[in-house]
Ligand binder design. Sequence first.
Ligand code: PEP
Length: 281
Amino acid sequence: VGRHQDDFRPSGFEYNGVTFSQDSFELFPGLCAVDNREHVDRTFAALAVQGLRCARMGAYKPRTSPYAFQGHGAACLPFVFESAGRHGVRVIAMEITHEKHIQEINDALSAVGQPTGVMLQVGTRNTQNFELLKAIGRQHEFPVLLKRGFGISLEESLNAAEYLASEGNQRVVFCLRGVKTSLGDPHRNLVDFAHVPVVKRLTRMPVGVDPSHSVGRRDVGPDGIEDIHHAAAQGVIAGANLVLVDFHPAPAKALVDGPQALTLEELPLFVEDMQIAREAY
Ligand code: PEP
């Protein structure tokens, strides 16, 4: 990922018609967890109205509690990819938690035959799952969205990116998503988006931010604007190349992380504000 002095390959890559680099900018709004076809379809339809071509969709969910909804897994992939293709979504960020999910995604994409692609997401809990990183690094089909580990140093998270790159996959986007502290922060995690320029300086990876999992709640400030919205704008002004953000047609019905999902009615304003923040960068 560009930390070796003898490695002068240019930064960034193209995947399925979308460019990812330290100069590019893409929004990835979508469902934290796929719950049903209707919500998937309504979400992609709302993205299409905004002219967006990337989204997030969680099929395999790593949950803290074994009793919590674990995601529909491979069962939901056919309708997710069919709907994405129908609405012109080119790239879906989708977390995987096991090597076998790569094949499941590949099979579902081939079966559906739509021109949609997947960026394999490595979640914060798996940033140091070295065998998973090596398996994702060995495959050449899909690029990777690697989350920062929430309880390890930045250096350790950047080394996780090296696991991917050293196995052969250098199509990696690094994503900041906040870090845990024991200080009783107002947000679920301490927002770390000031590290966007740091990672861009230390590596050649495009850098994304996830304001939803950083802030963790739809709290509204005295200006009437949600903290998630402010955090996203701060990340973009700091130079983020990608924003991964939870939206849901009916957050109260979401099976995972409903309290942090923005509504589809908020999407047009969110998109406009991110464009303004990008211009301010
Ligand atoms: C997610 O993006 O769905 C997610 C679980 O994020 P994180 O790994 O950052 O908690």
